[in-house]
Ligand binder design. Sequence first.
Ligand SMILES: *Cc1c(COP(=O)(O)O)cnc(C)c1O
Length: 395
Amino acid sequence: MDAEVVDLRAVRADTPAALDRVFLDSAGSSLPPTPVLEAQIAHLRREAEVGGYLAAGERNDDLEAGYGVLAELLGASPDEIAFSDSATRSWLSAFDAVPLADGDRVLITEVEYAGNAVPLLRRAEETGAVIETVPSDAHGQVDVAALRELLDERVKLVSLVHVPTNGGLVNPVAEVAAAAHEVGALVLLDACQSIGQLPVRLHDLGVDLLSGTGRKWLRGPRGTGVLAVRREVLHRLRPRLVDLHSGEWTSPTTYGLRDDARVFELWECSLAAKLGLIEAARYALRVGVDTIAAEVGDRAKRLRAGLAALPGVDVRDLGEQQCGLVTFTVDGVAAADVKARLAVEGVTVTTSAVGSTRIDMARRGLDEVVRASPHYFVSPEQVDQAVDAVSRSGR
Ligand SMILES: *Cc1c(COP(=O)(O)O)cnc(C)c1O
């Protein structure tokens, strides 16, 4: 595949469903390309033929190489990568390992995700740590000047969402990380909506911990996730869910723990799913991360422009830099009804409700938005079809 422009014919040939429907839900759960599907099925078959242990043994080298593949994708080294079964699991195991005590402060942003907010609040309740929200700037992204004002040495963690679940906003990660590090705070980046659509590189961004999912923009299997941990911060973390893979029982009363990111993994997992995720990362690298970002950006821009021109439709995306999540509302029509009417026309979108990003949605007075997230395998013509379908959804 070309390094600059995606070979639309080739990627659509690997994504047969993209031909039949206008699939605009890669922010929810994307269409995996054929090689990803085949990697999983082949392994499941092999497990049925020889048993799970022998089947795993046969793929040992590939599984080991997978750490290098994800490391390449995420601008990290293989010992900084851990696999998991979801972005949430990755985020939780990282968050749980950050020491927090009474009076410590944790900063979040206005687009914090519900799946992080619930454990944050629970942990605050348990430890006496305080959660505070950094305001957004006029563009809707985290206000880095306001963050600097809030930072002091009591801030132990900054929880930053790269791209929120409810819109095209891209937060300025490197600036946040640099500011947080001046007071010694750790930075945990929720990159769930960015990996697979944007370049996300651990060391370039300067974050300490980074969580991501397989099923969204990376086009991997459901039930997969990844955690990247900057080697330099591992000694400051205390992983709480550890087993005989993250550690070793060295005598009846002693144990040791691994000294790499795999200390965050548990022994048991779906190897078919893991192989599928590795294949998805390889596929993204073959298409090219910069190419993907450019193509997704192009489709999203086209979609936003088409929607903005429709009477009664409001595009709701914030941010100076915008990416592949396109959110909108249609006057007088509930988001769920827009979704249902589009489904009838073969256009797949989803909705995002206030409960997922409560601070941001409440601030903007929004209950629900329609979310359309075109990947590179969606043709420009299909984007126009979707706009046409939305123009009919208000009637
Ligand atoms: C989807 C999402 C998650 C959770 O991902 P899972 O794979 O469901 O664990 C976390 N953060 C954001 C911003 C998301 O959109």
